[in-house]
Design a protein around this ligand. Structure first.
Ligand code: CTP
Length: 412
């Protein structure tokens, strides 16, 4: 996993060097970004040597009189896309204010706006600056936006005063990083079945019916579940995606093949998350020969496919079954209808026409409709973060419905 570590200007900047090493020991790859202030305290060379990567300092390339270049001007977008987590440590009052207000006047602040990855901020400053209403309001604003703030420790401060303002300890920052990345292995002992991608229903040897699903959402769920320790079967329709690490992928083409692959493995699973965009209809007849062009209109007769979600959820027992609902209107109403009609425990619904949601996007905007009546509307997040939230909700729901913790489950 790739972490971008933003280092800002404070006496505690030197402590970020140790943080780089600890993150690397935990298996993360670290890209350091330094603000101008940070460079007054520590040289980029220190971080370059520790991280083994070029340290990013400027929005427009070399600030020492070199020419601004387009490549570095758009680099923040590339870094933003590569980042799984942004950590700002130490964070000054200044950077906290900029992040809260959306000011983008250097690489780090621009990266913050351009990234959809989760964010951890570890403040360090003078006690009065920390307690100032302006700072506290900014911190509150960031928290409300989902940023994880690692509260500063109390103690003797570089300015000679005593109070809250010391950069939190490495362990507290690392715990926040793991929590933000859901790097905990709370799905150990679980076997999870995920479906993803479209299905293709052949009409003749060269033509087929399909849909615009890229498979990204389902693959993100499979990847997240594997990261959290689950054994994962990913039954996938045709996609261009790589198999996530630690996932067993079963390739299928048609709804019927997907149904068979799912039914075969469902018995061994404790959780099923069916994200595939399964074709609801297939050609009633698959022609052995290519259909030739005629003069008049062509009518193709379609027959329904089996509803895989409804079929497995019918006899799910204590297993937890989640499905998706891709809607173009009346999202809540349709999602709740699907939840009960298909006997699912959770429906992840999105309006595929909304900005930042739907097909072939890296982000999604979804609401989780649970069987216990909870509706959880999530903001626009990247699909891997959405996947993590789905898994969180699945675990919460299971303990509400069946009172089973992950640990107890693994003994079942
Ligand atoms: N699904 C399935 N088998 C099908 C069709 C859908 O398992 N033959 C699953 C999908 O994987 C998804 C959920 O059902 O988890 C809902 O899919 P969606 O296409 O939104 O709903 P449909 O039941 O097909 O209803 P409609 O297309 O009318 O909205």
């Amino acid at each position: 996993m790739r972490i971008t570590l933003g280092v800002t200007g404070g006496v505690a900047a030197y402590k970020a060097a140790e943080l780089v090493r600890r993150l690397q020991q935990d298996g993360f790859s670290v890209q350091v970004v330094m603000t101008r202030g940070a460079r007054e305290f520590v040289t980029p060379l220190t971080f370059a040597a520790l991280s083994g990567q070029k340290v990013i300092t400027d929005l427009f390339g070399d600030s020492s009189g070199g020419e601004a270049n387009l490549e570095s001007a758009i680099e923040h977008i590339a870094v933003a896309q590569r980042t799984d987590l942004l950590v700002v440590a130490p964070a000054t009052a200044d950077i906290i204010a900029k992040l809260a207000r959306g000011i983008a006047d250097d690489f780090l602040t621009t990266l913050y706006l351009a990234s959809t990855a989760p964010v951890v901020v570890a403040p360090a400053m003078n006690v009065n600056m920390w307690n100032h209403e302006a700072t506290q309001e900014n911190v509150k604003m960031l928290r409300a936006r989902g940023v994880k703030i690692v509260d500063p420790d109390e103690g003797y401060l570089a300015c000679g005063m005593t109070g809250a303002g010391r950069l939190a300890g490495q362990e507290a920052i690392l715990a926040a990083v793991r929590e933000a990345l859901h790097a905990q292995r709370d799905l150990e002992g679980e076997t999870i079945l995920v479906t993803a991608g479209p299905t293709c229903e052949d009409l003749d040897p060269v033509r087929y019916l399909t849909n615009r699903s890229s498979g990204k959402m389902g693959y993100a769920v499979a990847e997240a579940a594997a990261q959290r320790g689950a054994k994962v079967f990913l039954v996938s329709g045709p996609t261009n995606l790589e198999t996530p690490a630690g996932v067993e992928r079963i390739d299928v083409r048609t709804a019927d093949e997907m149904r068979r692959a799912v039914v075969q493995r469902f018995e061994q699973c404790s959780i099923a998350i069916l994200a595939a965009a399964v074709a609801d209809y297939r050609p009633a007849e698959r022609r052995a020969e290519k259909i030739k062009k005629g003069n008049g209109p062509l009518t193709i007769s379609l027959e329904p496919t089996a509803d895989i979600l409804a079929e497995v959820a019918r006899n799910k027992g204590q297993k937890l079954v989640a499905g998706f609902a891709a809607e173009t209107g009346h999202v809540a109403e349709n999602a709740r209808k699907k939840l009960s009609a298909k006997n699912a425990d959770l429906i992840v619904a999105n309006d595929v026409t909304a900005e930042g949601a739907g097909f072939d996007q890296d982000t999604n905007v979804v609401t989780l409709f649970s069987r216990d009546g909870r509706d959880l509307a999530l903001p626009k997040l990247n699909k891997s973060e959405v996947a993590q939230r789905i898994l969180d909700e699945v675990l919460r729901l299971r303990s509400v419905l069946h009172g089973t913790s992950a640990a107890k489950r693994s003994a079942v």
